[in-house]
Design a protein around this ligand. Structure first.
Ligand code: UD1
Length: 390
């Protein structure tokens, strides 16, 4: 029988967040843990990988995430330094709090860094959003995913293809549970609180009438190093966007890396377009409202591919591959790479009203976090009981 309260001698679950795409995954998990029977005690650790008001504080507010119990304040650096610094600062946290396990989400540098520390200290690691693979090892996230999954103890997946990927890499199927998508839990939970697109545009200092005409508007985000760190690649994508603005205005939420590179490469003239509305990184509720009202989304984000599928909004992914194939097979996503002709062609299909309708994938139903809470509590309590009776 499952006990009604958490054993006093079983530590908390250390929940790690580091960068923006982690926050919307963690919010529903913390909520589900707090109402689970028994409630699962947690300690929220923020590595500080993202720290700006726009990239961090605003999302914490929108998602009603509690203030982190501990902030490691690592900030920006090269991958090696950032990863090493998270590891160095995370180790004493484990020593002090003796967690029952460490829970990591997604694929950012903080995910891998905390996993490595925990595993080497004999603390079980739980990975949420396990098994996604782009099969592109030039992506830093792909390396983070492969290594985290190899050494994590409990792996929760968002789509069935993920388990097949894991098994192919020699990971035992009994470590894997298909639970659905916590990011979609957040989306469904917050949908009614989404801010209007007009409010987001006005807050950026633009006239909301710009997106008010019957032709509607599109939404753009770009931040992958492969798209924005090379002048030619970035220039060609910006060129493709300005072609699309002849058909409808585009709201472009600029990641700090992209903004800096547009300036550094002298590409400002390519975004000097009255129908390209440049906004700072958006809050969660602004982005949700902008996406939900858009006719088309153009992005290189992983999260937006899933969110547009859940919202039924056509999405063009400006990458050569995706680690989230279900968004293409069942959802509204189309891969177009960086090829300007392909972007133009597929955008025209969508704007002519023939974009993918898609359907919502299995278990993207708003209850993934509850399934994780239920399974994780049972798993931890069973192991605890075995230790106690040994
Ligand atoms: C990270 C994740 C990526 C995720 C993205 C979402 C890794 C390997 N990458 O990439 O998977 O999709 O977050 O945004 O972990 N910066 C700021 N303010 C901040 C944070 C960053 O200005 O709060 C700037 C800094 O100049 C920094 C640059 O953005 O050098 C990149 O930040 P970093 O965390 O290294 O990677 P992201 O590109 O954000």
């Amino acid at each position: 029988m499952i006990s009604a309260s958490w054993p006093a001698n079983l530590g908390p679950v250390i929940c790690v967040v580091g960068a923006r795409p982690n926050f919307m995954k963690m919010a529903p998990i913390l909520r589900a843990f707090s109402v689970n029977t028994p409630a699962i005690p947690t300690l929220l650790v923020h590595t500080g990988q993202h720290y700006d008001k726009d990239m961090n504080d605003k999302l914490f507010e929108d998602l009603r995430l509690p203030k982190p119990d501990i902030n490691l304040d690592v900030g920006s650096a090269t991958h090696a330094v950032q990863t090493a610094e998270v590891m160095r600062r995370f180790e004493p946290v484990i020593d002090m709090h003796k967690p029952s396990c460490v829970l990591v989400v997604g694929d950012v540098n903080s995910t891998l860094a905390c996993t490595l520390v925990a595993v080497k200290k004999g603390i079980p690691v739980v990975h949420i959003e396990a098994g996604l693979r782009s099969y592109d090892r030039k992506m830093p996230e792909e390396i983070n995913r492969i290594l985290t999954d190899q050494i994590a103890d409990r792996l929760y997946t968002t789509e069935r293809s993920a388990e097949a990927n894991l098994v192919r890499e020699g990971i035992a199927a009994e470590r894997v549970r298909f639970v659905g998508n916590v990011m979609i839990d957040s989306l469904l939970h917050n949908r009614e609180f989404a801010r209007t697109p007009a409010a987001a545009v006005a807050a950026g200092g633009f006239d909301p009438a710009l997106i008010g005409s019957p032709e509607g508007y599109g939404v753009v985000t770009l931040h992958r190093p492969s798209n924005v760190d090379h002048p030619d690649a970035l220039a060609s994508l910006l060129g493709a966007l300005s072609e699309i603005t002849r058909q409808l205005p585009l709201v472009f939420a600029l990641h700090p890396r992209t903004k800096a590179n547009i300036e550094r490469f002298g590409l400002g003239h390519l975004v000097d377009d009255a129908r390209l509305i440049l906004l700072p990184p958006q809050g969660y509720l602004e982005m949700l409202g902008l996406m939900a009202g858009a006719r088309i989304v153009l992005t290189d984000s992983g999260g937006l591919q899933e969110e547009t599928t859940a919202l039924g909004v056509p999405c063009l992914t400006l990458r050569e591959n995706t680690e989230r194939p279900i968004t293409v097979e069942q959802g509204t996503n189309t891969m177009v790479g960086r090829d300007v002709a392909a972007i133009r062609k597929e955008a025209a299909v969508i704007l002519a009203g023939h974009g993918k309708q898609g359907r919502v994938p299995e278990l993207w139903d708003g209850h993934a976090a509850e399934r994780i809470a239920d399974d994780l509590a049972t798993w931890l309590l069973d192991q605890h009981q075995v230790r106690e009776t040994a």
